[in-house]
Design a binder for this molecule. Structure first.
Ligand code: DIR
Ligand code: MN
Ligand code: MN
Ligand code: MN
Length: 303
């Protein structure tokens, strides 16, 4: 029962004018995450955050619209090796971001170790724009397309296998999609539970339906990729792209709780905490919620 904290201080896939997301991991660890998880009975492995400086090319001009493509690729390849290594050794990697382009690394690592794993992606956004459809060129809006092999032909990402099958991944919390992304979901029959589904059915039924889709026999390992912006901005204000109408504090925790209850969680991401957004109280609140979600996914109960 060992957790490995993989701190990923990286914002190269984020919105250039909203720097600071690379400071998320240090804030989350400094808030006491290691001790909190030890108190839950986990053995916690953490020997400092990942260091990406040496991987970053001196010159990284756009490829098509993609911003910082070689940097994002090199960082994610390195993260994939680290996460995959922990998973193969039987440790549960908890990756802290950083922007969500990191999911190309974390989910690749999980799939290397557990080829039959499924992914629960909790986010306000689908992050599934392709090389052809991205408007912004920011790669935090694209990781899922690369993981599914929908963005092929970029040499810099040759290492990425594109092995994630559409029926093995499901979204919860969506409310801010590009038209191109809605089309990609339809064309690939990707199951997506938006905030409208949460309104109608309640979060517990939504998580149940999501699991029925990706894990009908409840026998597949689960990778939970949690973007803090899935939560309402009133709950988690310090994030890169806050969108109104998100999950409440309890709904966010219910997702984590239900996933923990399956006993199938093998990897967790908590990304997009940006300590440069909002005032000191906003940052404190967001970091506290992030730690609390992680604890719940790892078995903390209320009573
Ligand atoms: C937009 C925003 N769909 C894009 N995506 C974001 O840039 O591709 N994802 N913010 O997190
Ligand atoms: Mn995201
Ligand atoms: Mn998001
Ligand atoms: Mn994002």
């Amino acid at each position: 029962k060992t957790v490995a904290i993989v701190g990923c201080p990286f914002g190269g896939g984020g919105i250039p004018t909203k720097a600071g997301v690379d400071k998320g991991p240090s804030h989350i660890v400094d808030a006491g995450l290691v001790t909190q998880l030890e108190e839950l009975g986990w053995k916690v492995e953490f020997d400092g955050h990942q260091r990406f400086e040496s991987l970053v090319p001196e010159n990284d001009p756009p490829i098509g619209k993609l911003k910082n493509p070689r940097t994002v690729s090199a960082v994610c390849e390195s993260v994939a090796k680290v996460v995959g290594g922990h998973a193969r050794a039987g440790r549960l990697p908890v990756s802290l971001g950083g922007d969500h382009s990191l999911a190309m690394g974390t989910i690749s690592g999980t799939l290397d170790a557990y080829p039959d794993a499924c992914v629960i992606y909790v986010d306000a956004h689908t992050d599934i724009n392709t090389v052809a459809t991205t408007d912004s060129g920011n790669m935090h809006g694209m990781p899922v397309s690369f993981l599914m092999g929908l963005s092929s032909g970029v040499d810099a990402f040759a290492w990425l296998k594109g092995a994630l099958r559409p029926e093995r991944m499901v979204y919860i919390g969506l409310r801010d999609l590009d038209a191109s992304e809605k089309r990609i979901l339809r064309e690939n029959s990707i199951r997506a539970f938006s905030m409208r589904d949460v309104d109608r059915h309640g979060i517990c039924r939504v998580v149940g339906m999501a699991l029925d889709r990706v894990n009908p026999d409840r026998d597949r390992p689960i990778h939970l990729s949690f973007d803090i912006d899935a939560l309402d901005p009133s709950v988690a204000p310090s994030t890169v792209l806050p969108v109104q109408g998100g999950l409440t504090f309890r709904e966010g925790h219910s997702v984590c709780d239900a996933i923990h209850e399956t006993g199938l969680l093998v990897a967790l991401d908590l990304v997009e905490v940006n300590p440069s957004i909002g005032d000191v109280k906003d940052v404190q609140q967001t970091v506290r919620v992030a730690c609390s979600l992680i604890r719940t996914a790892l078995g903390e109960t209320l009573v």
